[in-house]
Design a protein around this ligand. Structure first.
Ligand SMILES: [Zn+2]
Ligand SMILES: [Zn+2]
Length: 336
C-alpha cells in the first residue's frame, strides 16, 4: 500500500497522516446526519465487536459457574489469569511478531520510523523496552486485571451488585453496552489526568511514559497503581445496575483495547488492498508530547473541553505550544 497518498514522511522517516483527528461527529458543529450514520459502523466494527465477542467467549467457555464464584479460591483465579495472559500473548504478540519482528509492512504508516528494539535505553529493565514492557505486562498488569475481574465476578455471584437479566431489561442493557466505550473514555481520562499531576506522574505514570515510541507490549506496561486503577473501570458495573457480561465487555475494552493507542502504525495492512485502522494516533501524540490527549479518540471529547486536545495539525501544535508557554509564565510568576 502507498502511504504517501494519505500522509507525509519527514527526513527522519516519521510518517504523519494528512487527515487531522476529529471528535465523534455528534459533537461537531454543524451536525451532519450523514456523517453520524457513516460513523456508526466504524464505532461498532471491528474493535468494539471484537471486545464483545471475546466477552461472550469468556462468558460461555471460560468463566466458572456462579456457585464456584461464590467462594474465593486460587483455582479459578489462576485459571482466569492463565486465560487472560494467553489471550494477550496471542493478540499483542501477533502484532509484535508480524509488524515489529518480521516487519511485514516495513515502516509504511508508522508514525515513528524507528523500532523500539533498535533503541536500548537505561530507563528500561535490561535496557530493553520490549523485555521491560513484557515483564511488567505479565508480572503486574495482567495479575491486577485478573484481581479486578475476580472481585467483580465474586460480587455478582454473591448478589452484592444488581444483576439484571437480559430477558427483563433488554433495551436498557443494550443501551448500556453501547455506552461502555464512553464509560471507558471518561474513566480513563479521569485516572489518566490524575496520574499526570507531577507527584503521581513521577511515582506512578512515568513507568508507562518511558515508552516514548510505543509498541503493543507498551500498552499494559504500567506501574501497579496505574494497572489497578485502569482495569477498575469494570467496577462501575457494580454501581450502575448491569450484568456480568457487560462488565466483562467493559474490562475487555480496557485490557484488550489498550493496544489501540500503542500499535504505532496508523493502519495495519492485512492484505494488499485491505488494512485495519489502528485508532492509534491520538494516544501516539500523547506519548510524543505528554500533556495532550489524555482521553481517547474523542468519543466523549473531554480533551477538547479541557483544552488539551491535539488533532495532529500545525494549528494543534501551535495551541499546545501556547498552552506550554502560558504554563511556563504561570510557574515563573509564582516563583518571582
Ligand atoms: Zn500509553
Ligand atoms: Zn500519560
Amino acid at each position: 500500500m502507498d502511504d504517501t497518498q494519505s500522509g507525509t514522511r519527514n527526513k527522519r522517516g516519521d510518517w504523519t497522516p494528512s487527515a487531522t483527528l476529529e471528535v465523534a461527529p455528534f459533537w461537531q458543529k454543524p451536525r451532519h446526519l450523514r456523517q453520524i450514520l457513516a460513523w456508526i459502523p466504524e464505532y461498532l466494527w471491528p474493535w468494539n465487536a471484537f471486545h464483545m465477542s471475546t466477552a461472550l467467549l469468556y462468558w460461555f467457555f471460560v468463566i466458572p459457574d456462579v456457585a464456584t464464584m461464590q467462594t474465593l479460591s486460587w483455582g479459578w483465579a489462576l485459571w482466569l489469569y492463565a486465560v487472560n495472559a494467553a489471550a494477550i500473548f496471542v493478540m499483542y504478540g501477533s502484532i509484535e511478531l508480524f509488524w515489529y519482528v518480521k516487519r511485514k509492512q516495513g515502516n509504511r504508516f508508522k508514525y515513528n520510523a524507528k523500532f523500539p528494539g533498535e533503541q536500548p535505553s537505561d530507563v528500561f529493565w535490561f535496557k530493553s523496552q520490549n523485555i521491560d514492557n513484557f515483564l511488567r505486562t505479565f508480572g503486574f498488569s495482567i495479575p491486577l486485571w485478573t484481581l479486578v475481574q475476580v472481585g467483580m465476578l465474586y460480587a455478582f455471584a454473591n448478589g452484592y451488585a444488581p444483576w439484571l437479566a437480559w430477558a427483563d431489561h433488554p433495551i436498557y442493557l443494550a443501551v448500556l453496552v453501547l455506552l461502555c466505550p464512553a464509560i471507558q473514555e471518561i474513566h480513563f481520562f479521569c485516572i489518566h489526568r490524575l496520574i499526570h499531576v507531577p507527584i503521581f506522574y513521577k511515582w506512578i505514570h512515568s513507568v508507562h511514559h518511558n515508552s516514548v515510541n510505543p509498541s503493543p507490549w507498551s500498552s499494559l506496561s504500567m506501574h501497579p497503581v496505574e494497572g489497578l486503577l485502569y482495569h477498575a473501570v469494570c467496577l462501575w458495573h457494580l454501581v450502575i445496575p448491569s450484568n456480568p457480561v457487560i462488565a466483562l465487555f467493559q474490562l475487555h475494552i480496557a485490557g484488550f483495547g489498550a493496544v489501540n493507542g500503542h500499535i504505532g502504525f496508523d493502519k495495519l495492512e492485512i492484505t494488499e488492498k485491505t488494512a485495519l485502522d489502528g485508532h492509534a494516533y491520538a494516544h501516539y501524540l500523547h506519548h510524543k508530547y505528554f500533556e495532550v490527549n489524555y482521553g481517547g479518540d474523542g468519543l466523549i471529547p473531554l480533551d477538547k473541553w479541557f483544552g488539551s486536545w491535539h488533532d495532529g495539525s500545525k494549528s494543534g501544535d501551535a495551541q499546545m505550544q501556547a498552552r506550554f508557554e502560558a504554563k511556563k509564565a504561570r510557574l515563573n510568576a509564582k516563583r518571582a
